[in-house]
Design a protein around this ligand. Sequence first.
Ligand code: B3K
Ligand code: ZN
Length: 858
Amino acid sequence: MRDAAPTTIYLKDYAPFGYCVDNVELEFTLHPTATRVKSRIAFRPNPETTDRTFFLHGEQLKLISAAIDGAPVTPEVTDTGLTCDAPDAPFTFEAEVEINPQANTALEGLYMSNGMYCTQCEAEGFRKITYYPDRPDVMGVFTVRITAPQDEMPVLLSNGNPEGMGSDAPDTHYAVWHDPWPKPAYLFALVAGHLIAHEDSFTTASGKHVKLAIWVRPGDEHKCAFAMEALKKSMTWDEEVYGREYDLDEFNIVAVDDFNMGAMENKGLNIFNSSAVLASPETATDLNFERIEAIVAHEYFHNWTGNRITCRDWFQLCLKEGLTVYRDAQFTADMRSAPVKRINDVIDLRGRQFPEDQGPLSHPVRPESFQEINNFYTATVYEKGAEVIGMLKRLVGDEAYKKALDLYFDRHDGQACTIEDWLKVFEDTTGRDLSQFKRWYSQAGTPRLSVAEAWEDGTYTLTFTQTLPPSATTPDPQPQVIPINIGLLSPNGDEVVPTTMLEMTEATQSFTFDGLATKPTPSILRDFSAPVVLDREADSAERAFLLAHDTDPFNRWEAGRALARATLSAMATEGATPETAYLDGIAAVLRDDSLDPAYRALMLGMPGQSDLAGSIAQAGMTPDPMKIWQASETLKQALAQHCQDLLPRLYAESHVDAPYRPDAEQSGKRALASAALSLLSRLDGGAQAAQQYQKADNMTLQLSALGCLLSAEAGEEELQAFYDQWQADRLVIDKWFMLQIVHADPTKAAAVTQTLTEHPDFNWKNPNRFRSTLGAFAMNHAGFHAADGSGYGLMTDWLIKLDPVNPQTTARMCSAFQTWKRYDGDRQGLMRDAMERIMGQQGLSRDTGEMIGRILNA
Ligand code: B3K
Ligand code: ZN
């Protein structure tokens, strides 16, 4: 039972704060259980409002003293903040509070991780540090002084530029940091600890010298070089592509082991989950390297899209997140392969955003209400938010996009903005009316796009119909603007109409193409030009034709995927056998050496089991997780047999002789080798995987071999050897936990997970370890959905245990239940019981309560 009725906050209720902040001076005296924070804040009446209510957020703070213009005051204090009478004129508010970083297991505010101090303030963590108007539209210039014991905490960091260090008492020292750029409190950061810097420098286009450093715990120094290179590439790219330069003397990144997410873009002092920054060839996989490059870029790009221009309120979160995800995707596409990046992003969108958009957690890209904002850092806000920007760019064109962005930075630098401000720069640049386009921000759900075709006297007509199912937040959906990229192919495979953008604005709309000699085959939604579900009743022959001939790399891959989806779904629901069109088509693509190995590796992939369950449910049937698992296994076996002559060649040819480099070329080859090995292991019981394991000199090869062995129900010895080899490396041991669960036979997955939670290294309070165990278990689709409910029970026990310790990580993992309505009555009943058990907990967090409440009340 939740303690108090939760409050819902609405976008429509936005009102500015009664005061502006000019300057903020903070003084920290660090102590593990009793840190003192003195604040001195210069307020002045906000000319935009006459409401002078003076309420400062504050949670879990012990107020020692408060004063206005030097005169002590006794504010009214509640567990959410303080109120006192304040003048209708400029004044200085001072306070001293005491906080307990060691007791902070929620990892929000100031907390301790492995003996170091660090902070996480987005979205509303600053209120756990001191009393403050903790809202993004209140921006101030911060000066921070940190005092700590010199031996234990030799490094003291905060935002902005350093203004010196010194000592004014024995054994203690202090550092002063000043950030000249006004910022909201959510971008505040402080780090103190025994840290080592991996240093470098960067000179900006206009000649400014910037000192760069990645700060890590001793022993991790050799794992920083790759992230540093990624940072410098990001800095150059943002100058070249967006004309954005860095604006402080220093840029610091700190690696932290206990962190609720990937990383945080605090001004001049990014804090990273160590998994998102530390990498060496021996301990990190190619995918880890690629993810690190993308996250370093993402956080760096926030310096302009998020920090220099921030959000007026948290409803506008997609303003910074959608745009920054879009920018980091452009960066990755430029650094690596654009088609491969696009395909991976669509796999991710379908895997995470579509289930969210099509289930009880569905919400618009710009939500209109929330109870706990941390629950809205979602795939919809981030990934669909980025798709919306991609569509906008397609609609206005590259030139206009660039002009609009220049105007955005010129007009709004230093401001806290809204989606209206964002769209207005596009309207002003192009003269377009974007009011219909804006529905992408306000309507929830994934539009479905159906297609009918007609052919008469050399004229080919495509008629599209868009439908958006009504939902709680969008009861009366209206047609959206959908950019549909299409190309037409003649029967011999030539492209007769190259990629053309159709701009659909009506519920049903036809587009005609004249002067064609024969009826063409359409290639629709090229490059996945809009985040919709395309309902096209195509037969296998048409899909096989596109798989062989489409000139658009995305749609060529998509044709193979559609074939896989259709055959898997027929196998899982009707007991059909694997389709030859799929097996032949994929084999033909694999034989084509002119294709990028990374692209061919993607061709060997299949839709995930949860994704298939979603398609089966959307077709009006009830997915059976065990049958879906069996169908996937059968199809992989069939593909392995069908390609048995080809696989050894692919495996051998993809071998990399050169010294390890995590670049696109080498990692693409390794991806193909590992996809081939995983099929080969089905034919040889893991013999070649065992050999690869023995010879592996990098984590990519070592881990892929171990995964193949585990899937072949072999690899006991290697699993133990892996643990013995890497016992001291937390990030590698996370992989060890995860791999065993992901590759477990679903009938054993719950037992494997249970056993691992009893392992001495299962430190459940560490979010990375919790995610690599319970999070991995939720990804073992048939294991989690075991018919006897054992999976739901195990997950529920752990969510209940974690909630009082770390509500944010618990709430995030509740999404494992979001698809419950897809399944049969028995499973629905078991999941309902599990969720009701969570809801019944005394003192359940607001985070978890909101998530389970939304899922249950669908
Ligand atoms: N802005 C942070 C996310 C903060 C999450 C707060 N629960 C990281 C990012 O998107 O770059
Ligand atoms: Zn971000």
